[in-house]
Design a protein around this ligand. Structure first.
Ligand code: NAP
Length: 248
């Protein structure tokens, strides 16, 4: 089957990195399911842009931290576009705070949105992919999962959890022709990082050998490759897109 016939689902695709990924997969000829939670108008605009490339796209509201909503999301995508064979788990939130002051709710919500969502969505997608004996799962983690970060106990735990989960998917489903990989962005210009104080931004930039923040498109081009036929022998890997920030 060529990339043209494939159906991709991108979670949190109304803005930021998810938006750039959805557009990249559309450009590569896939039909795209654009998931959003709150950014309805933005998600609709993304589908318009993909449609203008001559590709099918629809937007689907779902809170991916809720297993029942995820089930409904996959049923809706299946009905409108067909079975998902490329899944990009991109949705994420931060609720930063020093560990001793971190509220249970901030711990739980960050784990739910960033990590449990990957389990719920992958479980649904893998049913289709296993039958088709082909699939691509690409999970968006973060470089902070690799080295920790002050004030992000919840976020680093969730993003590191994604790496272990991805490796298990790669092992359990490799025999069915399914690959699973992690993309770990560094400092990328989106609403998430626009919220940072100027001093924090400058401090982060000093750690980037390439000397500039990344763009959502920088991340999307790697995701596009990992979703392609050409990446069929790459699995269980974590690849940083961070301008060299996290190199050892
Ligand atoms: P962003 O612009 O804030 O986008 C976050 C996305 O997550 C939004 O599309 C949002 O959808 C979605 N989302 C949040 N809660 C959701 C839920 N319950 N259900 C479904 N979708 C939900 O930030 P971004 O930078 O593009 O982040 C994308 C991913 O990259 C995240 O996983 C983030 O952790 C990761 N990342 C970002 C950076 C960076 O420097 N920007 C670095 C490392 C990793 P709605 O707006 O529709 O609610």
């Amino acid at each position: 089957m060529g990339e043209t016939c494939r159906v991709a689902l991108v979670t949190g695709a109304g803005k930021g990195i998810g938006r750039a990924v959805a557009l990249e997969l559309g450009r590569r000829g896939m039909a795209v399911a654009v998931n959003y939670n709150r950014s309805e108008k933005e998600a609709w605009k993304v589908t318009e842009e993909i449609n203008s490339l001559g590709r099918r796209a629809f937007s689907f509201q779902a809170d991916v931290s809720d297993a029942a909503s995820v089930k409904d999301l996959f049923a809706a995508v299946n009905e409108k576009l067909g079975p998902v064979s490329v899944l990009i788990n991109n949705s994420g939130i931060t609720r930063d705070g020093l560990l001793l002051r971190m509220k249970d709710d901030d711990w739980r919500s960050v784990l739910d949105v960033n990590l449990s969502s990957v389990f719920y969505c992958s479980r649904e997608a893998l049913r289709f992919m296993a039958k088709a004996r082909w699939g691509r799962i690409i999970n968006v983690s973060s470089v902070v999962a690799l080295c920790g970060n002050v004030g992000q106990a919840n976020y680093t735990a969730a993003k590191a959890g994604i790496i272990g989960l991805t490796k298990t998917i790669a092992r359990e489903f490799g025999p069915r022709g399914i690959t699973a990989n992690v993309v770990a962005p560094g400092f990328i210009e989106t609403d998430m990082t626009n919220a940072l104080k100027e001093e924090v931004r400058q401090n982060l930039l000093r750690q980037v050998p390439l000397g500039r923040p990344g763009t959502p498109a920088d991340v999307a081009s790697l995701v596009g490759f990992l979703a392609s036929e050409e990446a069929g022998y790459v699995s269980g890997q974590t690849i940083a897109v961070d301008g060299g920030m996290s190199m050892q």
